[in-house]
Design a protein around this ligand. Structure first.
Ligand SMILES: NC(=O)c1ccc[n+]([C@@H]2O[C@H](COP(=O)([O-])OP(=O)(O)OC[C@H]3O[C@@H](n4cnc5c(N)ncnc54)[C@H](OP(=O)(O)O)[C@@H]3O)[C@@H](O)[C@H]2O)c1
Length: 257
C-alpha cells in the first residue's frame, strides 16, 4: 500500500528543486526534464543555473540563498505567477564539513543548521499555503542515512539530517490526510562535490544519475522513505535497531576511532 499518491507521469508536472546546481538535485532536475516535467532549479550559483536552463529548454533558473527567508518567498511568488501552482517541491540544498567534538566549531555547526534544516523550514513557510490551497502536490526533503544514528565526524551534519527525517515524518502525519504527498530521501554515498572531500573509501558509491533514477522510482512507488542504494542502506538501517553498546562499539571499530 503506497504511503503517498504515486507520481509516475511527468508530462507538464511543475517541479521546483532547491539545491539543484550540482549533484543529486541537478541530476534529478535533468531526469525529470527529460521525462517531460517543467522544472525550476534554485541554488546560489546563478551562472550554473542559467547554463542548466539553456541546456534544458523550458526550465527556469531561480537563484537564491536558501538561508534567506524572503528570497524563498519571492521565488515561490515568481513560480506561482509563471505556473499557477506546484506539483512537486524538493529540498536538496545541503552542506557538509566533517567535525569532531574535540574540534568543535560553533559557526560551522550553525551554518549546517541554517542550510540543511532552517532553509527547509523557510521553504515550508513559502509553499505549505500553496499545497494546502491546492489540496494536492508533493514535498520531498533530502536527508541522509547519516540521520539514522550518531556517526563519527558527523557532529555538525548528522543532527541536521536527523531533524529532517523527523520533520518529514511529522509533515506526513498532517499533510497526507489533506491529499499532499510527503517523502524523505535518504541517500547512501553519492559521488558529488559534497563527498569529494571524503578521504575514506565510500562503500557502494553511486553516481548522481543513479541517485536520480532511484528517487524517481521512489516517487513512482509512492514511498515515504526513498533510500538507496538498497545494498548499502538496508545494512545501515539494521544499525538503527542495535543496542547502544553494540552500536558504539561497531561505529568506533568500523571507522578506526
Ligand atoms: N552525496 C552524498 O553522498 C549524499 C548522501 C546523503 C545525503 N546527501 C544530501 O543530498 C543533498 C544534495 O547533496 P549533493 O551530494 O548532491 O551535494 P552538492 O552537489 O554539493 O549539492 C548541494 C546543493 O546545495 C546547494 N546549496 C548549498 N548551500 C546552499 C544555500 N545556502 N542556498 C541554496 N543552495 C545551497 C548547492 O548549490 P550552490 O553552492 O550553488 O548554492 C548545491 O546545488 C544534500 O542535502 C546532502 O546532504 C548527499
Amino acid at each position: 500500500m503506497p504511503l503517498n499518491p504515486r507520481i509516475d507521469e511527468w508530462k507538464g508536472r511543475r517541479v521546483w528543486l532547491v539545491g539543484a546546481s550540482t549533484g543529486i538535485g541537478r541530476a534529478t532536475a535533468a531526469r525529470l526534464h527529460a521525462a517531460g516535467a517543467r522544472v525550476a532549479v534554485s541554488a546560489r550559483s546563478a551562472a550554473v543555473l542559467e547554463a542548466f536552463a539553456r541546456e534544458h529548454p523550458g526550465s527556469l533558473a531561480l537563484p537564491l540563498d536558501a538561508t534567506d527567508r524572503s528570497a524563498m518567498h519571492a521565488a515561490t511568488a515568481q513560480l506561482l505567477q509563471a505556473w499557477g501552482g506546484l506539483d512537486l517541491v524538493v529540498y536538496c540544498a545541503g552542506t557538509y564539513k566533517p567535525m569532531r567534538a574535540t574540534e568543535f566549531e560553533l559557526d560551522v555547526a550553525l551554518q549546517h543548521q541554517q542550510v540543511n534544516y532552517v532553509g527547509a523550514l523557510y521553504l515550508l513557510d513559502a509553499v505549505l499555503p500553496v499545497l494546502q490551497r491546492q489540496k494536492a502536490g508533493h514535498l520531498s526533503l533530502v536527508s541522509s542515512v547519516a540521520g539514522y544514528r550518531g556517526l563519527p565526524k558527523s557532529l555538525a551534519y548528522g543532527p541536521t539530517k536527523a531533524a529532517l527525517i523527523n520533520l518529514a515524518e511529522t509533515l506526513h502525519l498532517d499533510l497526507s490526510p489533506l491529499g499532499i504527498g510527503v517523502s524523505v530521501i535518504n541517500p547512501g554515498f553519492v559521488e558529488t562535490p559534497l563527498t569529494a572531500q571524503n578521504e575514506f573509501h565510500m562503500p557502494a558509491l553511486i553516481t548522481p544519475e543513479e541517485a536520480a533514477v532511484a528517487i524517481v522510482k521512489g516517487w513512482a512507488a509512492g514511498d515515504f522513505e526513498i533510500h538507496f542504494p538498497k545494498r548499502f542502506t538496508r545494512m545501515v538501517k539494521l544499525l538503527k535497531y542495535l543496542p547502544d553498546s553494540a552500536y558504539f562499539w561497531l561505529a568506533r571499530k568500523g571507522t578506526g576511532l
